[in-house]
Design a protein around this ligand. Sequence first.
Ligand SMILES: Cc1cc2nc3c(=O)[nH]c(=O)nc-3n(C[C@H](O)[C@H](O)[C@H](O)COP(=O)(O)OP(=O)(O)OC[C@H]3O[C@@H](n4cnc5c(N)ncnc54)[C@H](O)[C@@H]3O)c2cc1C
Length: 522
Amino acid sequence: MRGHDGRPLVVGTGIAGLYVALRCRELGLRPTLITKSQLDEANTRYAQGGIAAAIGKDDSPALHLADTLRAGAGLVNRAAARTLAFEAGARIADLVRYGVPFDTIEGQISLGREAAHSRARILHAGGDATGLSIEETLKERVLDAGIEVRERTALRGVRPAGRDGVVALISSDRGRTVEETQPGTVVLATGGAGSLYRQSSNPSIATGEGVAIAFRAGALLTDMEFIQFHPTVFWREGAPRYLITEAVRGEGAVLRNESGERFLLGQHRDAELAPRDIVSRAVEREIQRSGHPCVYLDATGIPRDRFFGRFPSICRFLATYGLDPSRDWIPVTPVAHYMMGGVTTDLEGRTSLRGLYACGEVASTGVHGANRLASNSLLEGLVFGERVARQLVHPVAATLPAPGRLVRLAWPSGEGRGDLVKTFDRVRDLLWDNVGIVRDGNHLRSALDEFGELARHTEPRRESDVPGPVANAVLTASLIARAALTRTESRGAHYRSDFPQRRPAWRLHVGIVRRDAPPLRP
Ligand SMILES: Cc1cc2nc3c(=O)[nH]c(=O)nc-3n(C[C@H](O)[C@H](O)[C@H](O)COP(=O)(O)OP(=O)(O)OC[C@H]3O[C@@H](n4cnc5c(N)ncnc54)[C@H](O)[C@@H]3O)c2cc1C
């Protein structure tokens, strides 16, 4: 198995991994692509709303940049967001070239509106099947290009190898045997951590393993406290947590409590189109106040044909529960959705470890700050995926952003035993109950104590043994809680009931690194 520079190992087959692999191939490299699941199973597949790009006549990258900065609550890295907004058009052109069938009206790509975007700039495909269309198209192009793909092959760890880059530890039989690559380049495109929460919109692959693996290797992480909660996911006892995209509110749907009141009026001037953190907290408060398990999305004001044409998958899903959105209100609740932070990268996707790159949801490029603007994440995977691919061929210098506050964390070794299924369930409960939409110091400290206890069971006895997925889940959960405890203010998606105000002194990033990590590169 290779990993050296001409043959990078790309880990993950969502939008970021597929795109990086394709672009590497086009630039003359011979990438290998691995995924712990099947080629097409990733968060990407479930994205509904679409992908943001300022391609409309009344729009501009500068306006897209301004909206991204505003949503990020003072913590967006301006250079990264500028890159995102200004390179969006070229990356959309790539998707069109690969054959992604974006929806059109009279020959022009049709653009939807989403919360906190000042213009209609959301491209979509198959109505609300944007992620699926992108995933399927890129998958086909990867197969056409003859790129080596290994499914059900998990990255278990990376080890720095000095000037030669990193060695990857991979296994294709649930960790029983671990194969080592040659030292070289590894691109983490392993996605987010949403499914570590009991209530989540993410599929089960989203366990944040890339973050744990990078941390263990000594890489710098930032912004781990910022987990975005999506306010409108279908609620019914025993039903899957199916997302009802923001674009539905963009088309005119409103939120009501069980008495029919629009409880968001008066809370924010944009009401239902306020940033996600505002809407999620308002919904959570309403649920707590009323004792009713959900609120309702009322889309009955949208003409039936328009709704069915724009959101066919949602309509099919609702029909299985006997609901017709042109007649019935849709029961919804907030759930964990997106990881804003992750493995710190510079503008070229390089992490603090030589040879280790990251892009997509696992990376912390700084474009989202404290709160992601809707539909910027698929775009981020493309824009920074392109930069990673180019960097592997034509390296350029870039500076790694330094965090304003650095936590050096010791992590215990353990006994390598314990009930793994029960541990995983406990992690999900603890994150949801103690590190959720509303947090406080007592709950965070209590979660951290218990994560430490769980780690003593799940971590391997010897440093040389490779930790399994449950040990990684405990570690990633702990990193989220540790960052959340460190930030003693409320900002964007991070809300502390014991520190409810935003504090100017906290306009900085929280970094976390292993206590015994090598010095960080400038
Ligand atoms: C329901 C839903 C709706 C969304 N809607 C939108 C939207 O409309 N617009 C938007 O911009 N964003 C949306 N998002 C967010 C967006 O889909 C994700 O942020 C984006 O798809 C992440 O892409 P990615 O390539 O980084 O990761 P993913 O698509 O999650 O892919 C991660 C890959 O890594 C693999 N992997 C993980 N760990 C390992 C390991 N240890 N070893 C090997 N492989 C591993 C996984 O199997 C998977 O193949 C939505 C997300 C969800 C869940």
